[in-house]
Design a protein around this ligand. Structure first.
Ligand code: NAP
Length: 270
């Protein structure tokens, strides 16, 4: 049994794109770590390395407090490219090792080659664990037939109250294979933060719409959420979701607003 991920983390997509925002982004990530959001999710793709550099600044002097997840491009997933991509991420992040290294989405490189390259990175100590992102059930099935593929620790996918397709088959599959699920865009890229129906539920519970959406994602074992917030007030708001428990009646109410899937849906990708 593998250890679970921190339940609530910090997304970084669009960070590092604008120099004028940098100090605020670093402050937001630092505030999040202080409030117990101890996982940071980033990627070499975000601002073409710029987001990893923001993370470097945010974790300076506190590397051991944070669980770092970064992702590599599918076109870097080959034996030849992956080591160099990993070295560049380590350099930008200013760390000796990545806690969890994910294939950002499936590309043309054969999975067997990527798994072998990832295993070498684990053996060299540059990566603690590896996983995938945007993999549907058929991709996961294929992955576990490959030698070493069963070592995949996590699958990062789109999941929030308004995007529940994964509940039909992917979440049960991951639970059954001890694969952690990382819910990306848990606020539906911000759309749920202003949802009146979630806000009404939140009002009854003394919470905000964002907290209700995040607590809903976190209601399940083996699922963590990585909301992105560039503003400190949003980080503070999100952190409180860790204290919110939704009772059965509230969950039924959310089911009426956002019905669960009744059949297979193709995995949605942002
Ligand atoms: P999200 O976390 O669902 O929403 C982010 C948006 O919500 C931002 O505009 C943010 O504003 C706003 N926000 C956050 N907290 C708020 C609050 N309490 N009140 C009001 N507004 C709030 O969307 P996301 O960035 O797409 O997803 C989160 C993370 O998942 C990404 O940053 C990235 O790390 C990861 N991701 C991964 C993939 C993948 O393919 N693996 C794809 C998409 C995302 P401010 O920034 O202004 O605070």
């Amino acid at each position: 049994m593998t250890l679970p991920l921190p339940r609530l983390g910090l997304g970084t997509w669009h960070m590092g794109e604008n120099a004028a925002q940098r100090a605020a982004e670093v402050a937001a990530l630092r505030a999040g770590i202080d409030l117990g959001m101890r996982l940071i999710d980033t990627a070499e793709m975000y601002a073409e390395g710029g987001a990893e550099e923001v993370v470097r600044e945010a974790i300076r002097g506190r590397r051991d407090d944070v669980y770092i997840v970064t992702k590599f491009y599918p076109h870097h997933a080959s034996r030849k490219e992956l080591v160099a991509a990993c070295e560049r991420s380590l350099e930008r992040l200013g760390v000796h090792g990545i806690d969890l290294y994910l294939l950002h989405w499936r590309g043309r490189v054969p999975l067997a080659e990527t798994v072998e390259a990832l295993q070498k990175l684990v053996q060299s100590g540059k990566v603690e664990r590896w996983g995938v992102s945007n993999f549907d059930v058929d991709d996961m099935e294929e992955l576990v037939t490959i030698a070493g593929g069963g070592e995949a620790f996590a699958n990062q996918v789109l999941y929030n109250p308004a995007r529940r397709g994964v509940e039909f088959d992917l979440l049960p599959w991951c639970a059954g294979h001890d694969v952690q699920v990382m819910a990306y865009s848990p606020l539906d890229e911000g759309a749920l933060t202003g949802d009146r129906r979630l806000a009404a539920i939140g009002e009854r519970l003394g919470a905000t719409a964002s907290q209700v959406a995040l607590a809903w994602v976190l209601r399940q074992r083996g699922v963590c959420a990585i909301p992105k917030a560039g503003r400190i007030e949003h980080v503070r708001d999100n952190a409180k979701a860790l204290e919110l428990r939704l009772d059965d009646e509230t969950l039924r109410e959310i089911d009426r607003i956002f019905p669960p899937p009744s059949r297979k849906q193709r995995l949605e990708i942002i």
